[in-house]
Write a protein that binds this ligand. Sequence first.
Ligand code: P6P
Length: 336
Amino acid sequence: MANKNQTLGEFIIQNQTEFKYSSGELSRLINSIRLAAKVVNHEVNKAGLVDILGAAGDTNIQGEDQQKLDVYANDIFIKTLINREIVCGIASEEEDDFITISGNNNKNKYVVLMDPLDGSSNIDVNVSVGTIFSIYRRVTPEGSPVTIDDFLQPGNRQVAAGYIVYGTSTMIVYSTGHGVNGFTLNPAIGTYYLSHPNMQFPEDGNIYSVNEGNYVRFPQGVKDYIKYCQKEEGDRPYTSRYIGSLVSDFHRNMIKGGIYIYPNNSKNPEGKLRLLYECNPMAYLAEQAGGSASNGFTRILDINPTELHQRVPFFCGSKNMVLKAEEFMKNASPKS
Ligand code: P6P
């Protein structure tokens, strides 16, 4: 039985035995993410006060301006994971290639993939942003340097995933394969408390989240589904809610019921979201919470990655809403 006053540290220890690889390494890994999140949260919360706003001048491999806080968050998570000596490799949306952690770290069995600060275009306008992380066991021999194969694993091989949302309150939401739990930071004492035990996606919902500014570029199936959401019939029209920050839209939809869609379009033929750093971890969480996630046709977690920064179309949320959207995609796709 979840104790709502339980701290994240107590929760990790209590549930460590549930995890079949429970050697304590995963617990230490989650704890290091907890620490890094506190440091990043401190900077995000004062972003308006110090000169860490605005572009850092660089662009990442996606050609996107790197906001200073993007770079800062990336550095904090990488340094924390390396200093704690608990992973053998890291891949980040903000890094062109994966990072091999040398020396004794080759004996560690986990790799971490992350989007250190998702939704960063919202930083300058004080809208919620988030960190997304995904954890796999390495597939290459322990003791050897990691290779690309350790990172190009399908999402169904994840051993844990989660996000931190730096919003009206800061929360860590994560799963190690036994459901999804949310912890809220009490900033006065720097402790996370179990505020949302066993989070569940409602099977149905009435919120759809999509950037309708791209409507003319969407595939026909997405256009048809949006019109379905807007039609005066039964429990519709649905409510349109789009923050422009995946973590925030996902978090609201998981609590209230809803679907988030980032489709492929004429400008982004494979969609915008990255399979490894955004879609796989969020799809893992969605399924752990009773929801679902696909590219419109195929379960996200079954997609075999071919490159680190690969993008995929993303439909994610309440199971019955994703099913309905997939129905429209199938009916509109060229007859095979
Ligand atoms: P657009 C942020 O850059 C992000 O990756 C997601 O967090 C967000 O949902 C999406 O892109 C917003 O993209 O094209 O609608 O501004």
